[in-house]
Ligand binder design. Structure first.
Ligand code: SF4
Ligand code: MSK
Length: 653
């Protein structure tokens, strides 16, 4: 059992790992055992960017290095371990920024098509947000039609990708002090694509070879993700698909249905998934499913496409990143329909043991052995219908080897920045004032963002659970995105009752008064941009300093694995947030580079990285940072006073 628990704390996952072994199906948990990480690459000490290498520049373990040895510990070109480590780190940032940016670009083009009426079946759903965005961007409203306003916004947003000079438009949303810090340090991103291209150029053999300069430039690249590509994707998706509001749903492999055609949507970009949700309600297709012996069609999600569909429509979630192959192992999945990012190629091999069809839909993400059924936005309904029909046709191939774990858990999601505003302040005076007040009076100690992926190098979902429970127990309100949000959802932390059971008395009293869980689901990975907006709103509402770095907030990615996570971490730190990563860290082989990230960045940007694989210790680091900020704001005493509040005493009793 102990060996099993080292893989996951999720019972549905453990049950399916066993079934996979019985069925002879290969899954990620097994591959993580047979394919061990390369220790040189893991610590960032390998360079493979030119054909004179790869060059390995690890420090000798356990012995003092002579100056001469240190001089010789360089790549063939003479690149120092610092340059190699920083280059590797910045390349991850560039890849992450490119991924979120490319997502944002596709959304911006799609938005423009919707605005022009060239994407039948889609429309502008959130007109209020459209007008708010027009105001933010300086787009004339007057008596113009929403369509004309949206066309202007679409063009402005597309322009953000190819812009050659100036500053990204959303950067002006940040607190003024933050903008000054960015300008002073020359890290205001100009155009999103340009920042990615420049990062790739800087890290090419023989270009930027000063690790501090590389890592500082990496901030500019990353800001082009958080305040650029990701924010564009979030904002425009909200306008065309609807801004999330609280919604009840359920999560884990138990959401799959024994007697229906099961379809999972997996990946990150929601345009197709939105149409899939509509098509699965089509009476003609439901009838068609019945002709094949099924009772209906059951749509569920995986990874961030799931988060998008959960947040806006309450579509249930089958699981997070490490569960994608296990959904196939149930034997009850007719099709797994994928778009981009975080899709394991292993799906195809797992599917070869069952009847599941792996269907790719995006021209940028095909998989050998999968069926490609392109999603055409101009013909969206028919594209989605063809995919759903293929899944229905596959129902008759479902074998007898079916076992759906019984585990599923209720959860509430849909906590967009706007929703939090309304919930706290009310419809007519939406604001973060009540949150700020509760932080100042000490009922809420601070706010922590716990985000990111799963990683089979650490027990699935375990670090998240330990960290989040420790935070809320200490009155820290937790906001989550990505696969970590799903881990908390599965563990029952995203229902209002969790406040009473798991939160400290101060946080619990606020959650009970507002009717929210102590752990808020904010969305997909790109929706970390919502957290940037929330922190900005906290600054602007007053009483907590004049910059994001003054706030009693912290961030973490305890089970990260993706390059996107590094980009997110760097833009969080570059925005002034203390950010702890667990599992492993890609610069541990180099003290100078790690010192820059873990220490020097705080002096420059007010935020810094930390690496702590023990989730309990990591949570305590976050709490200590929050307390440090409370002290600097002079509100640490307020927290002591609250311990003597009668309501708090009653709660304690
Ligand atoms: Fe080696 Fe330098 Fe080439 Fe990197 S760039 S592989 S360190 S020779
Ligand atoms: S899906 S990036 S595994 S959070 Fe966004 Fe999950 Fe990480 Fe992919």
């Amino acid at each position: 059992m102990a060996e099993k628990e080292a893989k996951s704390i999720d019972l549905a996952t453990l049950e399916m790992i066993d079934k996979a072994a019985q069925d002879g199906a290969h899954v990620v948990f097994e591959r993580a055992e047979t394919t061990r990480p390369c220790p040189i690459g893991a610590e960032g000490s390998c360079c493979s960017i030119c054909a004179m290498g790869p060059c390995r520049v690890m420090a000798p373990k356990g012995k003092q290095e002579t100056l001469e040895d240190r001089r010789r510990r360089v790549g063939v070109c003479g690149a120092t371990p610092e340059t190699i480590s920083a280059r590797n780190f910045v390349r991850k940032i560039a890849a992450g920024t490119a991924s979120h940016g490319d997502h944002g670009r596709v959304v911006a083009k799609f938005f423009l098509a919707v605005a022009k009426g060239e994407a039948p079946g889609y429309e502008i759903k959130d007109e209020q947000k459209l007008l708010q965005l027009a105001l933010d961007l300086g787009v004339t409203i007057g008596d113009r039609s929403n369509k004309d306003i949206a066309v202007d916004i679409g063009n402005l947003m597309i322009n953000e990708f190819g812009k050659q000079e100036g500053e990204l438009l959303f950067l002006r949303r940040a607190p003024l002090k933050r903008q000054e810090i960015w300008r002073k340090n020359g890290v205001m991103p100009r155009g999103i694509d340009m920042e990615v291209a420049e990062a790739m150029h800087r890290t090419h053999m023989g270009t930027d070879q000063d690790y501090r300069d590389l890592l500082t430039a990496g901030v500019r690249t990353a800001l082009a993700d958080g305040w650029g590509g990701s924010m564009i994707a979030t904002e425009l998706q909200d306008i065309i698909f609807g801004t999330p509001a609280p919604v009840l749903s359920s999560i884990n492999l138990g959401v799959l249905a024994e007697d229906k055609v099961n379809i999972i949507i997996h990946g990150h970009e929601p345009s197709l998934a939105e149409m899939m949700a509509t098509v699965c309600q089509d009476p003609e297709l439901i009838e068609y499913a019945k002709t094949k012996g099924a009772k209906g069609i059951n749509l569920a999600g995986m990874c961030c496409t799931a988060n998008e569909m959960l947040m806006r429509h309450g579509v249930p979630i089958a699981g997070n990143f490490l569960q994608q192959e296990l959904a196939i192992v149930t034997g009850a999945l007719e099709a797994i329909v994928v778009d981009v990012q975080c899709i394991m190629q292993g799906l195809v091999d797992t599917a070869s043991c069952y009847h599941t069809k792996v269907i790719t839909t995006d021209a940028r993400a095909k998989i050998q052995g999968a069926t490609h059924m392109p999603f055409e936005e101009h013909n969206a309904y028919e594209s989605a219908k063809a995919i759903v029909k293929a899944a229905i046709d596959n129902y008759v191939n479902r074998g007898k080897n079916v076992r759906i774990p019984k585990y599923k858990q209720d959860m509430i999601a849909g906590f967009s920045h706007e929703t939090i505003n309304y919930l706290l302040g009310g419809m007519f005076r939406a604001s973060y004032r009540p949150l700020n007040d509760n932080i100042i009076n000490g009922r809420i100690r601070g706010v922590a963002a716990v985000v990111g992926c799963n990683n089979p190098r650490t027990p699935h979902d375990a670090s998240n659970l330990i960290m989040v429970k420790e935070l809320i127990k200490n009155d820290v309100l937790v906001v989550q995105t990505g696969c970590m949000a799903m881990a908390s959802g599965k563990a029952g932390l995203m229902v209002p009752e969790a406040a009473k059971e798991f939160a400290g008395p101060g946080l619990a009293s606020v959650c009970e008064a507002v009717g929210i869980p102590p752990v808020l689901h904010v969305g997909a990975c790109i929706d970390n941009s919502r957290i940037l907006m929330s922190t900005t709103a906290m600054v602007k509402d007053g009483g907590l300093g004049d910059d994001i770095s003054d706030l009693p907030v912290a961030a973490a990615a305890p089970e990260w694995m993706s390059e996107k996570a590094i980009a997110i971490g760097q833009y969080a730190v570059g925005s002034g947030v203390f950010t702890v990563f667990g599992c492993n860290f890609p610069t541990t082989g180099n003290k100078e580079v790690s010192d820059f990230l873990f220490k020097e960045m705080e002096e420059i940007f007010g935020g810094m990285w930390a690496f702590e694989p023990d989730p309990l210790k990591a949570a305590q680091l976050m709490i200590a940072h929050i307390d440090k900020k409370r002290k600097a704001l002079g509100i640490d005493k307020a927290r002591e006073r609250v311990l003597y509040d009668m309501a708090m005493r009653r709660a304690l009793e």
